[in-house]
Write a protein that binds this ligand. Structure first.
Ligand code: FEO
Length: 170
């Protein structure tokens, strides 16, 4: 059984993951409006990944006899000044999410909740990838500049991203 404290903390994280999906869909919409449909594809798939993260927590709470409670999702920004600004924010956002996951691990350890600690290790590893991917694209955009041939090369590359659902335990 999950402690009430852990249940509340994971519910908050479910909200944060759904907010991430919302943020990335908003970014997809903005960037597609600039003509960069490949970037849009990348963000739409990123949004699907975030929903999958939320569902992973959802299943875990249920499995441990807890209760998932949905709360209001904040509205994300709707405009950015450039593709680079979008990736600066993506990278910053993923760093913030890493901090949230680390706090959950801290709580699990404080409560000697080894099951939650174990489940959270998947997210610890996932965040290394999330940060690295966002930073990688950000660096490339910086390198080629935001106009001209280079940005369309990256756009074509990002158009190829497909959604692979993470393994679902529980
Ligand atoms: Fe759910 Fe992008 O971390």
């Amino acid at each position: 059984m999950l402690s009430k404290k852990m249940e509340t903390a994971i519910n908050k994280q479910i909200n944060a993951e759904i907010y991430s999906a919302y943020l990335y869909l908003s970014m997809a919409s903005w960037i597609e409006s600039t003509g960069l449909d490949g970037f849009g594809n990348w963000f739409k798939i990123q949004a699907q990944e975030e929903l999958a993260h939320a569902m992973k927590f959802y299943h875990y709470v249920n499995e441990r006899g807890g209760r998932v409670k949905m709360a209001a999702i904040d509205a994300p920004p709707t405009n950015w000044k450039s593709p680079l600004a979008v990736f600066d924010e993506t990278y910053k956002h993923e760093q913030k999410v890493t901090g949230l996951i680390n706090k959950l691990v801290d709580l699990a350890r404080k409560e000697s909740d080894h099951a939650s600690d174990n489940m959270l290790q998947w997210f610890v590893a996932e965040q290394v990838e999330e940060e690295s991917t966002a930073d990688g694209i950000r660096q490339k955009v910086k390198l080629v500049g935001e106009k001209g041939h280079g940005i369309f090369m990256i756009d074509r590359e990002l158009a190829a991203r497909v959604f692979t659902p993470p393994a679902q335990e529980g």
